[in-house]
Ligand binder design. Sequence first.
Ligand SMILES: [Fe+2]
Length: 339
Amino acid sequence: MEEKILVVDDEEVICNILVRRLGREGYSCTTANNGKEALNHFYKSKYSLIISDMKMPEMTGIELLQKVKAIDPKMKMIMMTAYPEIDLAVNAMRLGAYDFIIKPADLDLIVMSVKKALESKRLEEEIEAYHNRLEEMVEERTAKLQQAYRFLKKSHLDSVKVLAEAIDAKDPYTRGHSDRVKRMSLAIARQMGFSEEKLENLEYGALLHDIGKIGIKDEILQKEGPLSKAEYKYIQEHPMIGVKIVEGVEFFKEKLPMIRNHHEHYDGNGYPDGLAGEAIPLETRIISLPDAFDAMTSARPHRGVIPLQDVLGELEKCKGKQFDPKIVDIFIQGKIYKL
Ligand SMILES: [Fe+2]
């Protein structure tokens, strides 16, 4: 691309000398005899460089420099003066001039300064383009990574859902149990102000709380009629079986208490550890309520469906005994049982 240079000097002769010499070097020049005219050219056309005299009527070279830099801070300007003063030179450089040349100047010196200025401009533009490209690449990669992350997360949750359905399928009377426990637990936790991260953790815990039932014999889980003491004890092993199944998996570390302790009672009379009150992790205290509620409202082979009002009355009675009273209140007042 041909480089365009704007030459500004109130002395026509100087303009002509510069234009001729720079033309020989292959540059295309436009001239202006004062700052105003120079600005008009600058607004209308794109220049690679401006060479300007300092002392001109109406608008000084410094004023022109300031106006140009205000519009295009990257514009290269070479200043020339026949009246060299150190303050003037310092001021021009401070305002962003590329070079300061004293007239009458050796034309070779001017050409050299022009070449250096253009080379420096080219490098700056290259670096800027490289940065922009880099930013674009980072954005592209980040978007791709985020997409892959969302996909992985969804696949992961989907496989856990499949696992939860497999658990529920072991017992035909609890079809959809894990999903209902998940929905109600999340609703309670939202009312308690859980963060997104904690909600996600709870979601997995609620879906998998009964994973240990995979290790319980079908004939006991599906037994019609009440369980014997020994059978009941056998079923009570499912939280610890669940722990054994998932304890080696890093991802499930935080979900372990929900699997291990979802049958603990607030008063300490639950199993397997006999934990009481706040010693039972909050997530686990939350899950145990919808878990029990859903079991009570599902028909069992040895009994019919218990009416909702009776179940809610039972929950009220169990406040502070089996359940955390705060969670019972949220569950009933927030009508979460309707979900
Ligand atoms: Fe359970």
